[in-house]
Design a protein around this ligand. Structure first.
Ligand SMILES: NC(=O)c1ccc[n+]([C@@H]2O[C@H](COP(=O)([O-])OP(=O)(O)OC[C@H]3O[C@@H](n4cnc5c(N)ncnc54)[C@H](OP(=O)(O)O)[C@@H]3O)[C@@H](O)[C@H]2O)c1
Length: 226
């Protein structure tokens, strides 16, 4: 199974790439520019202090989407539509994990505030943009900060709240994400639950600012998970 991280050159994407490489997965970094993706591969090698990482490559978002089995979208809200349109011919039959958070920064505001979207959430907006495609959209990673992901010698002390309408695809995504040490995936139900989950992120960002931390995260207690 190949995981393609679209916008994987950025803060969140690169952290996800590193965590899946550490977990032994095959990963492709996608970018608008293939060269930038290749540079990001070199950066991962430097960070992990490995001269060669066989299961990692970098290419355009289009090629990455074409080659990937599971696609992970890690671009800012402003780039969501354009990125999805650029790869729409390559998503059929695949799972697309959406990490997008609709932060107020998209209109010049605070990262501790969200913007309401007509579709209810960024994940539902992704599903609407790809409505003609046979793709299962799963919302995940929204509440896990890049600081946690990039602290890659440590386990991640956070739960990953996961939403999606297709049960089987959601399970595949959760099984994959659970390979990252420390993370516990929680099935929050249908994709519309992303409306709640995405709004937790600006709360966490605000808490990190208030308490001068980079590692504020979320744990749900009291559930018996399989
Ligand atoms: N950072 C976090 O801690 C965090 C936590 C949870 C969720 N998220 C969410 O994850 C997503 C990515 O966050 P991030 O911090 O990684 O963002 P980022 O670093 O600003 O951008 C990620 C990548 O998106 C592409 N991109 C940026 N602006 C673009 C534009 N105008 N048009 C097309 N592509 C553009 C770039 O890739 P190329 O130039 O290579 O194409 C960039 O490297 C966001 O939706 C964010 O809300 C982030």
């Amino acid at each position: 199974m190949i995981i393609s991280v679209l916008g994987g050159t950025g803060d969140q994407g690169l952290g996800i790439v590193i965590r899946f490489i550490q977990a032994g997965e095959k990963v492709i970094i996608g970018s608008r520019k293939a060269k930038k993706a290749e540079d990001a591969v070199d950066k991962v090698k430097q960070l992990l202090e490995k001269e060669d990482i066989q299961n990692l490559s970098g290419m355009s978002n289009e090629d990455a989407a074409n080659k990937g089995d599971i696609l992970i979208l890690t671009v800012p809200l402003a780039a969501q539509m354009g990125t999805l349109k650029s790869v729409e011919n390559f998503v059929d039959g695949k799972i697309l994990i959406d990490a997008t958070v609709p932060l107020d920064t998209v209109i010049g505001g605070s990262p501790a505030r969200y913007v309401d979207l007509w579709q209810g959430s960024a994940a539902e907006r992704t599903a609407e943009i790809l409505t003609d495609k046979n793709v299962a959209v799963v919302s995940a990673f929204n509440n896990i900060s890049n600081s946690h992901l990039m602290n890659f010698n440590e386990e991640i002390d956070c739960d990953c709240l996961v939403s999606g309408d297709d049960t089987e695809s959601k399970k595949i995504a959760m099984d994959l994400i659970n390979k990252i040490p420390g993370i516990k995936c929680i099935d929050c139900g249908p994709l519309e639950k992303a409306r709640i989950v995405e709004k937790i992120t600006p709360l966490l960002i605000g808490l990190n600012i208030k308490y001068k931390s980079h590692h504020g995260g979320l744990r749900i207690t009291g559930l018996k998970l399989d």
